[in-house]
Design a protein around this ligand. Structure first.
Ligand code: GLN
Length: 483
């Protein structure tokens, strides 16, 4: 009995039928982590604690919904007593005194946090190449990036080490790596999951979410991850549905918005064909395709690259060598302490964002850049609001292509920024969106993105689940199709 490539649902059944013990599940996770050491998916492991928790469950069984389910946590979430680096040198010795609300929610539901996953530094990147702890390798190919910034989480699930991982998504960091690694990843509505204890990148865009093999598993995780939290002032105080309930509703008569403003001609023909085949599959399941217009969509990437750096320049000012994390040796005075600590502690991409952010917020340029970007952001949101008056979900490809080679995007950051061409608008508008595997090109997975209306995760999970019931792309692993 192995747990490799198994879903949460599979492992729950194996545990309940006593085909495997809780301790055996966790021991196998660590065996798989070691076998896959070359992926560099984990920064810190939580082995002794996890094994103890599993043994306790074997001694005293629990009926918590996710009892004994191993989960890898992105190293951006504070975990009490367990090192949390956010992929940065500036936090490489930081051990938080508390856990993020979403980590507590998952652990209170019975999940075992087996370790912290590698990521782009402060979640800035689309390839995991900005991590202070080195590249993560995509399990689908030796020199391929896993995407980013939740690259370690995506690689750990794709390699079958764990059935689930947490991720965060500010402009695409759950969906883009999910797509490049052939797994399912969901960014909920902004505010659904508490941001308390998540290390902030861009506070008005950041949102945590589940990464797993299937939409069904994402629903199980989301049920536990969401909560209203008074410690986060942007946490929504809205009813949280049971996300499993709607998974099987028939798609007959439901409407999928197809954005006519997206120019697919810049994409590889094969990627477009896979995308169009998936749309046909949805039509054969009874859904209708409806043309919609999002006229300001093309402004998403430039808008994001003003708003996100502005917010990050402010959020990252707290890393100054005084309160926590790395501190430069022997500064001559306070100013030198700040300057040296930050120069040594941050990588190039983080420094670039802080510079851009400080510039667009400066007195002389605020109106021209930051204020303008906020205005355009509102227009993008309005476009979505009017589109959703007549449709259930919107679909686009998740990314422009499949996983690319490590180092291949060269030194031009704009090429990397365009990785999130299709994902960023959902963050700007605060909408839920998910990527599911929908094909395979030269043995590399592709993904399709399903965007939902505000608070309507249930519909995107429903579309994703119905697709996964009638196709087997989510069953493919780097070793071939799973039986
Ligand atoms: N790739 C985008 C960026 O670099 C998005 C990252 C994210 O979603 N955290 O900012």
């Amino acid at each position: 009995m192995t747990i490799k490539y198994k879903t949460i649902k599979d492992i729950k059944i194996m545990l309940s039928q006593k085909e495997i013990s809780n301790a055996e599940v966790i021991q196998e996770v660590y065996k798989l982590i070691k076998e896959n050491n070359h992926l560099n998916a984990f920064v810190t492991l939580n082995e002794d604690n996890s094994i103890k928790k599993a043994e306790a469950l074997d001694n005293k069984p629990s009926n918590l919904p996710l009892a004994g389910i191993p989960i890898a946590q992105k190293d951006l979430f504070c975990t009490k007593g367990l090192r949390t680096t956010c992929g940065s040198k500036i936090l490489d010795n930081f051990v938080p005194p508390y856990s993020a609300t979403v980590i507590k929610n998952l652990e209170n539901a019975g999940c075992i946090s087996v370790g912290k996953t590698n990521m782009d530094e402060f979640a800035m990147g689309s390839s995991n190449e900005t991590s202070n702890f080195g590249n993560v390798q995509n399990p689908w190919g030796e020199n391929l990036v896993p995407g980013g910034s939740s690259g370690g989480s995506a690689a750990a699930v794709a390699a079958g080490i764990v059935p689930a991982a947490s991720g965060t998504d500010t402009g695409g960091s759950i969906r883009q790596p999910a797509s490049l690694c052939g797994i399912t990843g969901l960014k909920p509505t902004y505010g659904r999951i508490s941001r308390w204890g998540m290390i902030a990148f861009a506070s008005s865009l950041d949102q945590a979410g589940p990464m797993a093999r299937t939409a069904e598993d994402c629903a199980l995780l989301l049920n536990e991850m969401c909560s209203h939290d008074e410690k986060d002032t942007t946490s929504l105080n809205e009813d949280i549905p049971n996300f499993e309930e709607n998974l099987n509703s028939p798609l007959k008569g439901k409407k999928i918005g197809i954005v006519k403003d997206i120019d697919l001609s810049s994409l590889d023909d094969d990627v477009v064909k896979i995308y169009e085949d998936s749309l046909k599959e949805f039509v054969s399941l009874g859904a209708n395709l409806v043309d919609i217009s999002l006229p300001n969509l093309s402004l998403s990437v430039p808008t994001y690259y003003v708003v996100a750096p502005a917010e990050c320049s402010s959020n990252l000012s707290r890393f100054d060598g005084v309160k926590f994390g790395h501190r430069s040796n022997n500064p001559k005075n306070l100013e030198e302490l700040y300057v040296q600590t930050r120069s040594e502690g941050f990588g190039d991409e983080v420094k670039r964002r802080i510079l851009i952010g400080s510039y667009v917020l400066s007195a002389g340029y605020y109106d021209a850049y930051y204020k303008k970007a906020q205005q355009v952001r509102r227009l993008i949101k309005n476009d979505f609001d009017s589109a959703f008056s007549d449709i259930d979900v919107i679909m686009t490809p998740t990314t422009r292509g499949t996983a690319f080679e490590i180092g291949s995007k060269g030194s031009d950051p704009i090429q990397m920024y365009l990785e999130d061409l299709f994902t960023i608008s959902a963050n700007l508008a605060g909408l839920p969106a998910m990527s599911i595997p929908n094909g395979n090109l030269d043995n590399k997975p592709t993904g399709i993105q399903i965007i939902g209306n505000f608070l309507d995760e249930s519909s995107i999970l429903n579309f994703g689940h119905m697709f996964q019931k009638s196709t087997n792309w989510h069953m493919y692993t780097p070793e071939g199709a799973k039986q």
